[in-house]
Ligand binder design. Structure first.
Ligand code: 13P
Ligand code: SF4
Length: 301
């Protein structure tokens, strides 16, 4: 029996649901019950009420699933799959900032640890960040963390001053304007889509700046046939699968998140066999980290 079939078999036995981010290896996306962006996965984790969730993505995403479904067992098949940007906003440094700036509202990108979420006011994802910021009164001071690129892109789009934490995504920060210009020259008829974790100088050159879920929706609904994709290459798997008549060009060099690629089919199988490694969080951390996530989820499109 193939590994994929063994996983599907065991998944039934365990009554488990497999959630996967748009960046993980294609073979994992193919066996998942649901593939999505951070916001879609948070909503799915909350709604699915499965006794076992196998979360194929980086750690902060699996933690979010655990925070929203504390009674479920959340398996994270490779505990080494972390997000370097999430680790750039240390919980104690954020708590110290909070103590020193009691009049500042802290907006945290979901790419933060559970511990850090306990010290913030509201979360956002790349899919809802604009909506979240728009709900905050204009006179309110804001600290946006940890992604200074996403923050700077929001400031430019919404004309809204915010203080920025000096974090960045190593994968998206390494996409240069020249790389996008080169791709445009090679494919002059293609639309350029980039992720808002890219530097504002890159976003300025793009036709659209969207979350991974936003990109998938855009290419599905667009009448255009060709797209240059400025985000992690794992998304190309689903784009090509869902849109066989359209062409997708990655950037050169192709952006890759090494952490998203750490999760293998073997890891997923072993996690279902052993029911480990699990996300274990202190109930107090779950309680405090849940509030800013729930606040975000209350804001509807
Ligand atoms: P999305 O919410 O757009 O899927 O982004 C998550 C992420 O980590 C991007 O690097
Ligand atoms: Fe983190 Fe960047 Fe990887 Fe997304 S692509 S998980 S932000 S390191």
């Amino acid at each position: 029996m193939s590994i994929a079939r063994k996983i599907l078999h065991l998944k039934e036995e365990r009554n488990a649901v497999i959630l996967a981010h748009n960046y993980v290896n294609g073979e994992i996306q193919d066996i998942a019950d649901f593939v999505g962006d951070s916001l879609e996965l948070s909503l799915k984790a909350k709604a699915c009420r499965a006794p076992v969730i196998v979360f194929c993505g980086v750690r902060f995403m699996a933690e979010t699933a655990k925070i929203l479904s504390p009674d479920s067992i959340v398996l994270h098949p490779n505990p080494n799959a972390g997000c370097p940007m999430a680790d750039m906003a240390d919980a104690s440094a954020v708590a110290q900032y909070r103590a020193e700036h009691p009049d500042t509202l802290i907006v945290a990108y979901v790419n933060t640890t559970a511990e850090t979420k306990t010290a913030v006011d509201i979360c956002c994802t790349s899919g809802n960040a604009e909506r979240v910021i728009r709900t905050i009164p204009p006179e309110q001071k804001i600290l946006f963390l940890p992604d200074a690129n996403l923050g700077a892109n929001l400031i430019a789009k919404l004309n809204r001053p915010m203080e920025l934490w000096p974090g960045y995504c190593p994968t998206h920060h390494r996409i240069f304007p020249e790389t996008v210009e080169k791709a445009r020259k090679a494919h002059p008829g293609a639309l350029v889509l980039v992720h808002p974790e890219c530097h504002p100088n890159v976003v300025r050159l793009a036709d659209q700046s969207l979350s991974t879920g936003g990109m998938l929706k855009f290419v599905r609904e667009s009448e255009h046939r060709e797209f240059i994709i400025g985000t992690e290459c794992g998304i190309l798997h689903r784009m090509r699968k869902d849109n066989p008549g359209k062409k997708f060009y990655p950037l050169e060099p192709n952006p890759l998140c090494p952490n998203m690629k750490k999760i293998t089919l073997e890891d997923v199988l072993f996690s279902l066999q052993d029911m480990e490694p699990r996300i274990r969080l202190n109930p107090e951390v779950i309680g405090k980290a849940r509030a800013p996530i729930e606040k975000m989820l209350e804001i509807r499109p």
